[in-house]
Design a protein around this ligand. Structure first.
Ligand code: C2R
Length: 162
C-alpha cells in the first residue's frame, strides 16, 4: 500500500498556501491527510501526531507555517520520517521570518526547506512525490510525464511571443 503524505499547517489561515501542495497531490493521485497542528498552541497533539506518524502509514510530512515557524522543526524532532517545510508568507516580514526559522535547523535534526509561499508549497508536494517515487515505478512515470507537459507548455508560451 502506498504511504500517505501528511499536510500539516500551523493554522487554518495557512490553507490558501498549502492548497497549492494539495492540488499537486490530487493531480498525482497521492493519498494525503490535512491537519492543523500548532507546535505552540497544541504542543501535546504535535508530539502525539509526530511520534505515531510512521506507524500510521505516513511516508513524508509536509509542514507549512508562518512567523516564528517552529512547526516543521518540532515535527522533525519527534519522528525520523522526512519533513519538508514550507515558509508561509507572513504579513509583517513577508515570510523572511518563516524562512529563517524553518531553514536554520541545528545539525542533527533535518528539515528540507522550500521557497516562501506558493512556489514552495508546489515544490514541497513534488519533493514528497519524488520521495515516494523511489519505491514506485508508476509514480516515477507520472513525474516524467509532468515534466514533459511542463516543457511543452513553456515551449508553447515561447512560440506565442514569436
Ligand atoms: N508558526 C506557527 C505555529 C508553530 O510553529 O507551531 N503555530 C502557528 N503558527 C503560525 O502563526 C501564523 C498565524 O496564525 P493565525 O492566523 O492562526 O493567527 C500562521 O501562519 C501559523 O502557521
Amino acid at each position: 500500500m502506498m504511504k500517505k503524505i501528511a499536510l500539516v499547517m500551523g493554522s487554518a489561515s495557512d490553507w490558501p498556501t498549502l492548497t497549492y501542495a494539495a492540488e499537486l497531490l490530487d493531480q498525482f493521485n497521492v493519498p494525503y491527510e490535512r491537519h492543523v497542528i500548532s507546535a505552540h498552541r497544541m504542543p501535546q497533539q504535535l508530539q502525539q501526531f509526530a511520534t505515531t506518524a510512521a506507524t500510521n502509514n505516513f511516508g513524508v510530512i509536509i509542514a507549512g507555517a508562518g512567523g516564528a515557524a517552529h512547526l516543521p522543526g518540532m515535527l522533525a524532532a519527534n519522528t525520523v520520517l522526512p519533513v519538508i517545510g514550507i515558509p508561509v508568507e507572513s504579513h509583517a516580514l513577508h515570510g523572511m521570518d518563516s524562512l529563517l526559522s524553518i531553514v536554520q535547523m541545528p545539525a542533527g535534526v533535518s528539515v528540507a526547506t522550500m521557497a516562501i509561499g506558493k512556489a514552495g508549497a508546489k515544490n514541497a508536494a513534488l519533493m514528497a512525490i519524488q520521495m515516494l517515487a523511489l519505491n514506485s515505478e508508476a509514480l516515477t512515470q507520472k513525474l516524467i510525464a509532468f515534466r514533459t507537459r511542463q516543457t511543452e507548455e513553456a515551449q508553447a508560451s515561447e512560440q506565442q511571443l514569436q
